[in-house]
Write a protein that binds this ligand. Structure first.
Ligand SMILES: [Zn+2]
Length: 354
């Protein structure tokens, strides 16, 4: 059975980044006086000087570390620096790239990791994996552990670009097809499904699917989206792998990143939502549920809006399986011939927004 751990805290409040030391002191006594490193990047340093000043005042034994390129090498270098200097706390302040690098450095160095997102673009804020750059353009997913605490300042997230929050919704939409692929995998390979991980991931999807609040910059929606993304991360931690949150729609995203990175860039959450539409059709399921969410929030999943031509779309699907050959999904049972994919491309171009 997989052993897992849960974060000490999940706190979603307005203005909470001004007293992170206080809210953490129940699990790490006198955390404010411990040696800490605040991991962020240059752009965020310019955008949030006041928040970073508050953090460095509360953690008076801290220093700021700027992420440059989010590579595996930089994460390991930071872990080494943390170990060599007896740093006890890592505070990740940023988006996916910053949080993944800080999370991996914390995993290697065994420091306490506080996750302070500045946006909600995917489930990296709570997932037990870190996506880091390796040689050249290739990004690879590395297993690590979930944060020690997830602390979300609603005021900061409200200022995040709308497109990033839409990507966070997209990553949640993709659980609908990911969970079905997990079932197919269990049926084909006999590997068991973890019922609790399955349930939590399904709850994450349902919380967005049946949510009444449609204004994505509202406080209540930010809480709902944070909880959905955190549930997605916890489901992976409980299962011990990413199947509760990642099916063939994620393989499509990996394929775009690994085979077409020089031609297109699509944010993770948007690419997987774009992938969920064909996967739902391949799975022969009722697609109205995910189409409704995509239309309600106007998720920009029209392929050409992201410079995905018909040829790139066809190529990405045909090479998707090869990105994770050991992963059983609906693609193992599907005809991904040119004609099928070209028809899907036309349908998506007509139906969805850019
Ligand atoms: Zn994802």
């Amino acid at each position: 059975m997989n052993r897992f751990r849960l974060p000490y805290h999940l706190l979603i409040e307005e203005g909470i980044y001004a007293h992170v030391d206080e809210v953490m002191s129940d699990c790490v006594p006198e955390i404010g006086s411990k040696k800490a490193v605040i991991v962020t990047d240059k752009n965020l340093q310019g955008l949030f000087p006041d928040t970073l000043r508050d953090l460095t005042q509360d953690f008076h034994n801290s220093e700021i570390y700027l992420v440059e390129d989010g590579t595996f090498d930089q994460a390991v270098d930071l872990a080494k620096y943390i170990c060599m200097n007896d740093i006890a706390v890592i505070i990740g302040f940023g988006g996916g790239m910053v949080l993944d690098l800080a999370k991996y450095a914390a995993f290697v160095s065994k420091a306490v990791f506080l996750c302070l997102p500045t946006t909600l673009s995917n489930d990296s804020l709570a997932s037990p994996v870190a996506v880091l750059g390796t040689e050249g353009l290739k990004r690879k997913t590395f297993r690590c552990t979930i944060p020690s605490s997830i602390i979300v300042d609603v005021n900061i997230i409200m200022g995040a670009p709308q497109g990033q929050l839409l990507a966070g919704i997209g990553d949640t939409v993709s659980k609908y097809t990911a969970l079905n692929d997990w079932k197919l995998d269990a049926a084909a390979t006999g590997k068991p499904i973890d019922d609790f991980a399955y349930m939590i991931s399904k709850m994450a999807f349902n919380s967005i699917c049946y949510n009444e609040e449609k204004s994505i910059k509202s406080k209540s929606f930010i809480k709902i989206l944070t909880q959905a993304l955190v549930m997605g991360g916890l489901a992976m931690e409980i299962a011990g792998h990413s199947r509760p949150s990642s099916g063939a729609e994620h393989l499509f995203c990996h394929s775009l990143e690994e085979n077409f990175a020089d031609q297109v860039y699509v944010p993770h959450g948007i690419a997987v939502a774009m992938g969920s539409v064909p996967v739902c059709i391949f799975q022969n399921r009722n697609i109205s549920k995910i189409k409704r969410i995509i239309h309600e929030y106007r998720l920009p999943i029209k392929p050409s809006a992201w410079k995905i031509t018909e040829d790139i779309f066809v190529g990405a699907w045909q090479q998707a399986k090869a990105t994770r050959p050991d992963r059983y999904t609906i693609l193992d049972q599907t005809d991904v011939s040119d004609s099928v994919l070209r028809e899907l491309y036309s349908m998506m171009e007509e139906e969805f927004d850019g």
